[in-house]
Design a protein around this ligand. Structure first.
Ligand code: DAH
Length: 343
């Protein structure tokens, strides 16, 4: 036993005097002390020869020694950068680096950027607002007072903490926020995420994206609205695109209209997307209701404006033939990587 303790003492000195060197020396050290036929294992094997009453003491010394040997190994390995251990530890600096997998833009981002770009050329700047809205900006200021039937179409999620807070149902809330702090001329485009309390399916989701547009100035007419939107779809879908306006109702515009384009999927001959009509609705629009302007202290006798709102997913569906809304948020790379380089 004394002889063994003496030996351990020598090994300890050896370990503390070893100066860490390259990976090869580290491996030699590991084999010598910690390998399956190494010193530590060998000493543990000696345990059976130690008299019973000394086993405990010897065991303790041995464990300390093992920890010392392993600690040295870990420190040494870390000082080499971890990876540089083992037989093929040498670093070849001439090797090319590991290629980073390149991501792609999400199709919603691609289309949003195109929309922003097209309107940017017409002098519209981007305005943003919060996704957690209050009742006033999302509904009441837009001429949708409590108990107004048009609220039924936009059920949403409410925040328990405050019954006045909700997840915005449309980007029209940004119109309200802009008119609150800015006076005409106003020319903004407001892309963003919106929420609705809907059961998720291929055609509906509890969140999606919209882009709102608002133009308020003197002498803005319905003809300006039509021409602006016609220019927009021509830029986005090509010169051959056809449009039509259908009368509609929105509480914040008067008159209101929905705009359809000829179906990009079937070219107008009729398919499931256009429900065999040849036309697909892409946006709601209208002349800003005078009451809206008055709500924000903008003189409705002097100023007029037009507004519109469109779903980005729908535009994307027509542009890239995407037939299921759920694909946008499933994060399936097989879907996402198809848009590499797409514009
Ligand atoms: N906010 C409407 C919706 O989500 C879309 C819309 C329609 C926006 C007409 C407008 C507009 O600005 O003028 O259904």
């Amino acid at each position: 036993m004394d002889q063994l303790l003496q030996q351990i003492e020598q090994y300890k000195q050896e370990i503390s005097s070893v100066v860490p060197d390259g990976a090869e020396a580290l491996e030699a050290y590991r084999i010598r002390f910690l390998g399956t036929k190494g010193i530590v294992k060998g000493l543990f094997a000696e345990m059976k020869n130690v008299p019973g009453d000394q086993k405990k003491e010897f065991g303790q010394v041995l464990n300390d020694f093992k920890q010392l040997a392993e600690g040295k190994y870990e420190d040494w390995k870390n000082s080499l950068g971890g990876a540089a251990t083992g037989k093929s530890a040498a670093i070849d600096l001439s090797l090319p680096g590991d290629a980073l997998p390149l991501g792609t833009h999400h199709p919603i981002t691609l289309v949003r950027d195109q929309i922003v770009h097209i309107f940017g050329r017409l002098g519209f700047s981007v305005a943003e607002g919060p996704e957690i809205e209050d009742d006033w900006h999302n509904f009441t200021a837009l001429n949708l007072p409590e108990n107004h039937p048009a609220r039924d179409m936009q059920d949403t999620f409410y925040i328990n903490q405050n019954p006045d807070w909700l997840l915005r149902t449309h980007t029209s809330s940004v119109q309200a926020r802009t008119m609150e702090k800015q006076k005409p001329p106003i020319r903004i485009i407001c892309p963003g995420r919106v929420y609705r309390n809907e059961t998720i399916s291929a055609r509906a989701h509890c969140f999606f994206h919209q882009t709102e547009g608002l133009y308020v100035d003197e002498n803005v007419s319905f003809a300006d609205l039509k021409q602006t939107l016609y220019f927009f779809v021509q830029e986005l879908f090509g010169k051959d695109v056809k449009i039509r306006f259908r009368p509609s109702y929105f509480p914040f515009t008067e008159p209101s209209a929905e705009m359809d384009i000829n179906c990009r999927i079937c070219g107008g001959s009729g398919c499931a997307v256009c429900k065999h009509t040849g036309w697909v609705e892409i946006l709601g629009s209208g002349m800003v209701h005078p009451k809206m302007l008055d709500n924000f202290g903008i003189d409705s006798n002097k100023y007029t404006g037009f507004a519109f709102g469109m779903g980005i997913e729908r535009i994307c569906q027509l542009k890239y033939r995407i037939n299921d809304l759920r694909l946008y948020s499933q994060n399936d790379v097989r879907f996402l990587k198809q848009f590499t380089g797409a514009v």
